[in-house]
Design a binder for this molecule. Structure first.
Ligand code: HEC
Length: 206
């Protein structure tokens, strides 16, 4: 009797040991995976594409959690409509946009710089430009920064292709990158990008 119990204990122990192991292509078993992989919503973002992503919950209407769960928010955002004057998005009332990274023409049409063209903004734009862009684009925007001399093909701002591009286009390029230039969204806050845009506009005219 004792022997059988011992064997059973060892067997159960082995099963426990083997059950969660992760190796090779196998990531191991997870209990209740929805708890590990929650879908974090950005309060100020919109999820309106019913086809996007994979459904993780089975709502009766079949929409699951990827569809905007708050159709009552006037801006169709994920957050509830806050009581008036309680939530400041930012001093300029900017809403996040979800323009696709390839939609340059759309960005040019609808994105507007909330910052005025003042000497102060231009000064701040210059500082940020020197930190994030000069090494490739050069201080005059000719594409001849120290990195640009090696990482060839940096388009000059006053070239025919770029000189007439509007502020929305410039902002979109900084945010998402274009061609061989990578996105700077993780390094620069939206307001910093708009300051740089003001400064780059002065270089387009040179
Ligand atoms: C690592 C080098 C590098 C850095 C850093 C860089 N760029 Fe670029 N940029 C490029 C290259 C290369 C291109 C040409 C992209 C292409 O068309 O393939 C380019 C293109 C551009 C264009 C022209 C886009 C168009 O419409 O053709 C703009 C505007 C621009 N960059 C702005 C910036 C600004 C503003 C910054 C700083 C926030 C910046 N870049 C930082 C390499 C860089």
């Amino acid at each position: 009797m004792h022997q059988k119990l011992n064997i059973a204990i060892v067997l159960v122990y082995c099963i426990f040991l083997a059950a969660c192991g992760a190796k090779g292509d196998h990531t191991g078993y997870e209990y209740a995976p929805q708890m590990y992989h929650s879908v974090p919503y950005e309060g100020l973002s919109q999820v309106t594409d019913e086809g996007a992503g994979q459904l993780i919950s089975n709502r009766e209407d079949g929409k699951g959690e990827f569809f905007n769960s708050n159709p009552h928010n006037p801006n169709r955002m994920n957050m509830r409509q806050p009581p008036e004057h309680t939530v400041s998005r930012n001093p300029y009332g900017l809403l996040p946009n979800n323009i696709h990274k390839d939609s340059f023409a759309l960005a040019e049409r609808i994105l507007k710089n909330p910052l005025p063209e003042t000497a102060e903004i231009l000064d701040e734009g210059l500082v940020l430009y020197n930190r994030f862009c000069t090494h490739c684009h050069g201080s005059t925007g000719a594409g001849d920064g120290l990195v640009g001399q090696v990482y060839l093909g940096v388009t000059p701002y006053n070239s025919a292709a770029v000189k007439d591009k509007g502020e929305g286009h410039l902002y979109h390029v900084i945010t998402h990158g274009k061609g061989r230039m990578l996105s700077h969204a993780s390094q620069l806050q939206p307001m910093e990008r708009w300051k740089i845009v003001r400064y780059v506009q002065t270089l387009q005219k040179q």
